[in-house]
Design a protein around this ligand. Sequence first.
Ligand SMILES: [Zn+2]
Length: 391
Amino acid sequence: MTAAVTDAGDPVALARALVRCRSITPADDGALDTAQRVLEGLGFTGHRLPFRAEGTERVDNLFARLGDGPPHVCFAGHTDVVPPGDAGAWRHPPFDGVVADDALWGRGAADMKGAVAAFIAACARTLRAHGAPPGSISLLLTGDEEGPSVNGTRPVLAWMAERGHTPDCCLVGEPSNPAALGEVMKIGRRGSLNGRLTVTGTQGHAAYPEKADNPVPRLLALLDALAGARLDEGTAHFPPSHLTITSVDVGNTATNVIPGEATAAFNIRFNDAHTPAGLEAWLRDTLAATAPAGTDWTLDVRVTGDSFVTPPGPFTDRVADAVADTTGRRPALDTGGGTSDARFIKDYCPVVEFGLVNATIHATDEHAALADLENLTAIYRRILEGTFAAS
Ligand SMILES: [Zn+2]
């Protein structure tokens, strides 16, 4: 459903219009149209970029840019949402965009249609006050953040790079604050690696161990070496990396059989002291050095995310200053939590995440305080004005 938004500088009206689109990932239901219409009204040039990787559903995206020179500030966000669950359990219907008790209620109000609306409103107010900026502002809005994230931000970034649209810095509007606006901004993430270690022996009767080769003690020795190792002491912006054994499987239902195979799974959350390739090499070296002679082991490694950090500097300072000037809180620079599309953007430019309060995201009765929507708009406006004043 699309609705006309009369004042682009009003974040609540725009957020309401977006919440009223039932854009349950990967559906759009007019959400990108709503944003595009308002942005084009402000002078942005919009490009709709649908992608469909093999074996996936088609997802629509929007890239909109105003101006063509540096500095180029990009806002990245998503208009898709997670399902509402039992809609009857909500205090207000999840797609009605009800304003009550000084808050906007509905799925996506905080994650993250509210932040998309705040950024667009910030653009409107900046343009109204100063005219066209000496540089460019763009928005990368995807409908594929809550889903598999293959037809969204990643291919849009590649499209942008091919056409000279790579930004100088990027602000991601994910809800970064646990309880109050201004507490936390994210400057990076840990990486995650999943390993599966299998030791193969020879099955046999438990009464005749000399005729079998039990893989279980060999697996335990290898796991002991991995779990006992210290990966690092932590880095400037990250706690120490750690390896966690998540499963040990033999699959043996008998009491008188020595199993032929034993498998273990583990996960490593790693900081910026490591690369996935370096960790895999360390795993293989450690296993090779520890394995008793004749041990037949195999290791399967899958990396679901690399670690990254945008080191504190002018861009992070500008965001932190805008937050502090608006809310009176100096945000902590954090690298914890789950993944976001920042993991793709970090390959192109410095990226920082700051958005609304995440206390109700993905939950029944998701909502955003009207004061927070207004303050987030003020923060984004200060970031834009600071960027162009410094240029
Ligand atoms: Zn989100």
